[in-house]
Design a protein around this ligand. Structure first.
Ligand SMILES: [Zn+2]
Length: 300
């Protein structure tokens, strides 16, 4: 069995390898199932917020759920996250673990629930302040702990300056919002593409009806559409449009093209079809926003 530091680094490596595929979002069951390292299976998060795998002296992860009692946990304007102790006893083993992580500058993973048992992995996070009187610690994401060589001692790493840590949290917060929007929209459509019904979440995006660069382009479900990668790109490029009556239109010049099965079945034959809508009326696409966007499609 490898030592605690090597296992922790292997877990960071595993999280990193998934980022391009899932944006760092994991289901609760994936995290509970964990990963196999040599002859051990390591669970990545615990039932309570502060998690020590068997034999670990310092916690591996901290978790916040949307519904949990730990309302204090959040990312502040100073770019630091406040994480509440477990319970009210500063000497509880879990709370001492947070202090040990601070003392040894051991990086942790912060799992933040973004939607129904889906968690954003935020790492590497180091504990930088302890407030026993307020029953909480303060943590920073520190990129200096991201790419570590085997044999590295955590205590030997220079903590990044404050502005670097603030910038890292700013980036993370942005990603958190985008991922939360994606999870909300895709689940409103029961993990299907609104145009072709494709039921593979790993191939689905949340498309904005009004882009987020526009002030009306807010990240709310009625400004979103769950679309597969092809239909998302086709919508963004005005190859297809959606009118306020939820009908799909394919651009005229595209309808005249001749090509393989993707163009024929995946695009041209969808002309005039109806959008698949969320069951809840409040989650359906906003007709006014569709209208604005459809006008733009018409003039393309
Ligand atoms: Zn599709």
């Amino acid at each position: 069995m490898q030592n605690e530091t090597a296992i922790r680094m292997a877990i960071f490596h595993w999280l990193k390898s998934w980022e391009p595929w899932n944006g760092g979002i994991f289901s609760g069951s994936e995290l509970n199932n964990g990963i196999q390292i040599d002859d051990r299976r390591i669970t990545l998060k615990g039932q309570t917020g502060i998690w020590f795998p068997q034999g670990f002296s310092v916690p591996l992860s901290i978790t916040t759920s949307n519904k949990g009692p730990y309302q204090l946990d959040d990312i502040g304007d100073d770019g630091l996250v406040t994480y509440a102790y477990r319970g009210t006893d500063p000497d509880h083993r879990d709370n001492r673990g947070l202090r040990d992580a601070m003392r040894t500058r051991t990086p942790l993973v912060y799992f933040k629930e973004v939607q129904n048992h889906k968690y954003q992995a935020i790492w590497p996070v180091i504990i930088i302040d302890d407030f026993p009187g307020q029953l909480c610690v303060r943590a920073a994401i520190d990129p200096a702990y991201r790419d570590l060589r085997p044999g590295t001692q955590f205590g030997d790493i220079d903590v990044s300056p404050l502005d670097v840590r603030r910038y890292a949290w700013g980036q993370t917060r942005h990603r958190l919002h985008q991922n939360a929007f994606r999870e909300m929209v895709v689940s409103a459509y029961d993990d299907r593409c609104a145009i072709c019904r494709l039921n593979h979440p790993e191939l689905l995006d949340a498309a904005h009806i009004i882009p987020d660069s526009d002030e009306r382009g807010t990240p709310v479900i009625p400004n979103g559409l769950s679309l597969c990668k092809i239909h998302h790109a086709a919508y963004d490029k005005n190859i297809l449009g959606i009118d306020p009556e939820y009908r799909v239109h394919i651009r005229e010049d595209i309808l005249l093209e001749r090509d393989g099965p993707m163009l024929k079945h995946g695009i041209q034959e969808l002309d005039g079809s109806s959008l698949i809508l969320p069951k809840r009326v409040a989650e359906r696409p906003d007709r006014e926003r569709l209208e604005v966007r459809f006008t733009e499609f018409r003039s393309a």
